[in-house]
Ligand binder design. Structure first.
Ligand code: SF4
Ligand code: SF4
Length: 384
């Protein structure tokens, strides 16, 4: 690989609308309304040019692996043929020894046996958004008539399991600290899906959580710590569910590098392609304002390297290494990496801030680090 910034993954907005209407959706429910100018679906012309640009980029940077993430809106609103043709074309076009990986992030509602068979055939990994048991999930994840979507998502998850995809699928859950963390943990274990990521709500200094004082309370950390302690106990007796934030934190504490835009110190080599071919930085930055991610770049006229040199893409790429003074002096910087760039935004000084979740992040990662140390001490692998 060359030492220049590179892109190793594209989040592809193949559908720019959604069949549901989550209250916290950064694509459609905040200030940014640019989706209204977007085509509803990505065209084959855009796919063709996109694949050629990825090939060129992989060659230029001698990349060995490249990741395509089908995203939306709701990507399963696109036709099944879109997926099969995309994968086949990608394998034909990027024929330079680069290993290609494909995944899809869905709300789960449209999952059927046919979709699952297509994912198996084309080796497309599935991620499903699920916020917890029915009362929790249905609080925010509702359809366009305001009706909860839990039962339909559960049906989708059962379809994944019936097709043998439970070991490779993963769930995404936006943390709700008003829930009982142990009940939530047990619920996610009971789904049978083996991997979950707990996400902090995408907010920033301009829109803080409404009923939590992040300066004086650490409810997110306290919630996660309860799950972490149970998860560690569980791992002694059963095959544990993979909780990505914990697994990554332990890896980082043990000195392994981990690629995540939420933590660590690696560069974030991900870009977004909108349905019209627009190249943008990470989509959750849309909460920072209407048109915030638009930098007038398009795959039809720009290279991926052009996009990487845009202001936002550069900030995002280096977001774990371009930190404010407080983060640079922090004891858990190597694990936290300042958290997600989106959570640092303030109109007055852009991203030159610790995360709004700083107190929580400091507490949870200190707890995990101390727990790892206690385990090593117990087995006499470190001095007491
Ligand atoms: S499923 Fe995703 S894209 Fe659709 S409304 Fe919910 S958060 Fe937004
Ligand atoms: S815990 Fe706070 S100060 Fe430390 S790196 Fe994370 S955001 Fe920065």
């Amino acid at each position: 690989m060359t030492g220049d910034p590179y892109c190793s993954a594209l989040v592809m907005k193949i559908a720019s609308r959604c069949n549901i209407n989550c209250s916290y959706c950064y694509m459609y429910s905040f200030e940014d309304q640019t989706y209204l100018q977007q085509p509803k679906f990505m065209s084959q012309d855009t796919v063709d040019i996109l694949l050629l640009k990825v090939k060129e980029h992989c060659l230029r940077h001698s990349l060995q692996r490249f990741f395509f993430i089908f995203h939306g809106g709701e990507p399963l609103l696109a036709k099944k043929e879109f997926f099969s043709e995309f994968v086949e074309k990608a394998r034909r076009t990027i024929d330079t020894g680069v290993k290609l990986f494909f995944s899809v992030q869905t709300n789960g509602i449209l999952l059927t046996d046919e979709w699952c068979q297509l994912f198996i055939k084309y080796n497309i990994r599935v991620g499903v958004s699920l916020d917890g048991p029915q009362a929790v999930h249905d609080k925010h994840r509702v359809d366009h008539s305001g009706k909860g979507t839990f039962l339909k998502v559960l049906e989708g998850i059962n379809t994944l399991k019936a097709n043998g995809l439970e070991q490779t699928a993963k769930m995404l859950c936006v943390i709700n600290v008003d829930t009982d963390p142990i009940e939530m943990y047990e619920f996610f274990k009971s789904t049978g899906i083996r991997s979950i990521d707990f996400l902090f709500p995408d907010l920033n200094y301009e829109c803080l959580p409404q009923h939590i004082n992040l300066a004086t309370e650490t409810r997110y950390a306290d919630w996660l710590i309860k799950i972490f302690d149970r998860w560690i106990l569980d791992s002694k007796s059963t095959s544990p569910i993979q909780i990505r934030r914990f697994v990554n934190a332990i890896s980082l504490i043990m000195g392994k590098s981990t690629i995540s835009d939420e933590m660590g110190s690696e560069n974030n080599s991900v870009l977004v392609i909108e349905t019209d071919g627009g190249i943008e930085s990470i989509d959750s930055l849309k909460i920072c304002g209407d048109g915030f991610t638009k930098e007038n770049l398009n795959i039809s006229t720009n290279s991926i390297d052009d996009a990487l040199s845009s202001n936002l893409a550069r900030l995002y790429y280096k977001s774990h290494n371009s930190l404010c003074d407080k983060c640079n002096a922090c004891q858990v910087k190597e694990v936290c990496g300042g958290g997600h760039i989106v959570h640092r935004y303030k109109k007055s000084n852009s991203f030159d801030n610790p995360s709004i979740y700083c107190n929580d992040l400091g507490k949870i990662y200190t707890h995990i680090r101390n727990s790892v140390y206690e385990i090593l001490k117990k087995y006499e692998l470190v001095e007491a």
